[in-house]
Write a protein that binds this ligand. Structure first.
Ligand code: ZN
Length: 288
């Protein structure tokens, strides 16, 4: 066991790499009193990184409370078909009217895919890459649904979404319905030298807006190994899960509450998500 632990520690060190200064500070910029503040934080990071973007507005909001939404779209390269690398940047409001810090869910993923975009900008891809930051995921995937109903949906070859990538070193993903995408995901995880856990049923997120349109899609998260396996059992094993009655996986008790705070975010995980996103886009680009 000890030898296995030593080997695993080596693999984890290789996968995780050293955290660079700035990642946690970038995540922290999303801690804002409201959604316009989060949009400004996102725009500031994209400008700093020299990633030009457009803002696509849509009519959204909650029931009886209409609100304009703002999807932020970075376009890289050219091609007849698009690969979408996506993460939502909005956060929920608590009952007392305060917005949660929304860093686990989902500023950490946003910073991770910005880091990936910087790398992918320098690569020659066959596809056009669109890195999209969706608004109003928390209100019912509204930003993603607007994009999936929009003029560019017909160009989408595959969607790779990121949601909750803030701590731990075990990636897990929504098993793609599309066999080619499923194979590409496995090649990417091998290239990143990490085991990824396949979830037949994975928590809801923006990928579902594209599944509804028959577009190949997946979604990635990273958590601690035990947390991942408990969540797998919770979501996929039904009555045979072996989990204690009333058990709720840690992450589900954390997100959408005042426990979703910066102290929960490990910059090494954010950077692992970024590297994994690069491998995923590279594998999907080569496959199609
Ligand atoms: Zn989320």
């Amino acid at each position: 066991m000890r030898r296995l632990a030593a080997v695993l520690a080596g693999v984890i060190a290789l996968v995780a790499g050293p955290a660079s200064a700035g990642t946690i500070e970038d995540v922290a910029t999303f801690i804002q009193p409201d959604q316009p503040g989060r949009l400004k934080a996102l725009e500031a990071l994209l400008k700093r990184e020299g990633l030009s973007y457009e803002i696509q507005t849509f009519d959204g909001g909650a029931k009886g409370k209409p609100a304009k939404g703002y999807n932020v779209v970075v376009t890289i390269g050219s091609g007849d078909k698009d690969i979408l690398l996506t993460a939502h940047y909005d956060a929920v409001f608590l009952k007392d009217g305060k917005m949660v810090e929304g860093v686990v869910d989902n500023a950490a993923s946003v910073v991770g895919i910005i880091q990936a975009a910087k790398v992918l900008k320098g690569q020659k891809l066959k596809h056009r890459l669109r890195v999209i930051f969706f608004d109003q995921e928390e209100l019912g995937l509204i930003g993603a649904k607007a994009y999936a109903a929009g003029p560019d949906a017909g160009r989408v070859a595959a969607v790779i979404n990121f949601d909750v990538n803030a701590f731990g070193n075990t990636p897990f993903f929504s098993e793609p319905k599309d066999p080619a995408l499923s194979a590409a995901v496995r090649r990417a995880c091998a290239a990143a030298k990490t085991d990824c856990v396949s979830f037949p049923v994975y928590p809801p997120s923006d990928y579902l807006a594209f599944r509804a349109k028959g577009i190949p899609e997946t979604s990635f998260s990273i958590m601690g190994q035990k947390d991942v396996h408990q969540l797998w059992l919770f979501m996929n094993a039904g009555k045979d899960s072996g989990l204690a009655e009333g058990f709720v996986p840690g992450v589900l008790a954390q997100i959408h509450t005042d426990k979703d705070t910066l102290s929960a975010v490990d910059p090494k995980t954010v950077e692992l998500a970024g590297r994994l996103a690069v491998q995923l886009v590279t594998a999907v680009d080569a496959a199609e």
